[in-house]
Unconditional design. Structure first.
Length: 295
């Protein structure tokens, strides 16, 4: 494989593009919004600068990574010549099905089609594609350039050959691929999301406050980040979408989203991305933290 197309220039998409480009692949980053592409490229540049400052890469590595990425606003143009397409759009089943219908028309039948979905059925996504044996899940973890794990999810029709190709490719990226089967939430989110939801329920039931809940889990359980802070980092809308997929898939009340989570998403309090979730990430708070460093 030499050329990779990545659909979606958001947090996951630009991270995936960065990772492939830094590993020497030609990357076609696709998004319908020119503004999103510019923002995604700016994020990649900023992350590379951080890595350069830490001494983990060289200035030459930075230049090569940026040069390896070409941006497109049209899927048909962007996927031409791609050996692999990785879809990293919003966690919405109808959106993903629509994208894969377009890929089915625009791509060669030899092109492997992967999705970065964190919960949606690979088998369902593959059902809208000719030769569904080439459809597979590549669930990267955020932040993609740093996190080692990639969940490789086999749909019902995914071939052994495609699975091996993607497992080997993940290793070439310096990742640790883990093969799992196609059930709602797969492994990572089937275990993680109920924990986050239970932390939100604990807050909702007034057992303890945000700081107290996160402190118990960090100091008592050795978690690097508290569950409420982690939910903010993932995006509360994403957490809600994943829980809804699992609730619908299993019909089990243990996956039902907490009413507090539902209301926060309705109110637009989505975590880091919106500036407020369980914690305040607004510019005024950032300024307040900086000023306290000098007092």
């Amino acid at each position: 494989m030499k050329t990779i197309a990545v659909i979606g220039a958001g947090t996951m998409g630009n991270g995936i593009a960065h990772t492939f480009a830094q590993s020497g692949f030609i990357v076609k980053l696709i998004d319908v919004s020119e503004k999103s592409l510019d923002k995604g490229m700016a994020t990649i540049a900023a992350n590379l600068d951080r890595m350069l400052a830490k001494g983990t890469i060289t200035q030459e590595d930075v230049a090569k990574t940026i040069t390896n990425i070409i941006t497109y606003t049209d899927i048909k143009d962007g996927v031409v010549g791609a050996d692999l397409v990785v879809e990293a759009a919003t966690e919405n089943v109808e959106l993903k099905l629509n994208i894969f219908k377009q890929l089915n028309e625009a791509c060669s039948h030899n092109t492997i089609l992967a999705t970065n979905t964190s919960s949606i059925s690979i088998t369902q996504i593959g059902s809208v594609v000719t030769h569904p044996e080439r459809v597979i899940g590549m669930h990267f973890m955020n932040p993609v350039p740093i996190m080692k794990l990639v969940e490789i999810i086999r749909g019902y029709n995914t071939s052994d050959e495609v699975t091996k190709i993607i497992m080997d490719l993940s290793e070439k990226l310096g990742k640790v691929p883990v093969e799992v089967n196609d059930y709602p939430g797969f492994v990572a989110n089937r275990i993680l999301m109920p924990m986050l939801n239970e932390a939100i329920e604990t807050l909702y039931n007034k057992v303890a406050g945000v700081y107290e809940i996160d402190t118990v889990m960090k100091l008592g359980m050795g978690h690097p980040m508290g569950p409420l802070q982690l939910a903010d980092f993932i995006g509360l809308d994403v957490c809600l979408a994943i829980l809804n997929v699992m609730y619908e898939g299993f019909k089990n009340p243990k996956y039902a989203p907490c009413p507090l989570l539902v209301n926060m998403v309705r109110a637009g309090k989505l975590g880091v991305k919106s500036g407020e979730g369980f914690y305040d990430y607004s510019e005024s708070k950032k300024a307040e933290k900086i000023s306290k460093q000098f007092i």
